[in-house]
Ligand binder design. Sequence first.
Ligand code: PEP
Length: 266
Amino acid sequence: MRRTIIAGNWKMNCTRADARALVAGVVVAASQRPDVEVLVCPPYTALETATAAAAGTNVGVAAQNLFWKPKGAYTGQISAAMLVDLKISTVLVGHSETRGRFGVPEPDFDEAVLRHFGESDETVNRKVITALAAGIRPIICVGETLAERSAGATDVVVADQVRKALQNIDPAQNEVVFAYEPVWAIGTGEVCAPDEANRVCGVIRQTVAELSTQSAASSLRVQYGGSVKPDNAADLLSRTNIDGALVGGASLNAADFTAIILAAPV
Ligand code: PEP
């Protein structure tokens, strides 16, 4: 039995005061569902505040990214040791907004600038290795763009991202979580149909079985992310291959995030 994992990715939102207030709401929801693993992913600046606000509750705090170098002249980057110092034990890796794969066309200037975050499959793999070596569990985001889906390449793209993210890592020996996040569904309000989301989460599981063992694949947790809202969460979360949700926009509203947590199958 895989424990449902619901994570809220706050992206570049929330001051420390906002974080305190939001965690207070999430704590109430999480206390009603101790069977569900609930995480919030604040920006770096609010990690410590959110951790303090969640202390003694069953809400966990995760970071949104990390860099693979241990220290040095890497302006703006955060190392694994810095996250460990804050007692952070989960990190998102390879979110499409850091891979530079966008669901919504951006105006040219933003597009050009944002693409410089340009995560590749290789940097994702380095970050996964770095996180695990530091005892931090990665939530690895994978997913196809609309063009890739339209070309019928979804399964190939997703399986390839999974294989490359796990290069030199055995998921039988290390806990990793995957989030299937179709790029076209992120922040667009257009959710992937639950049957299809379930099918692609199954592709991720099957790929892990091929790379590792059937037992590692059976215990692997795979979240769905992309416009998860209170009105579609129960349907998605009831599917056999979907073990949770990675929630962006709706996680910034305590009532909406609460409804999503409570929608997890009992
Ligand atoms: C995300 O950013 O991971 C995400 C799924 O966003 P949203 O829920 O807003 O689509």
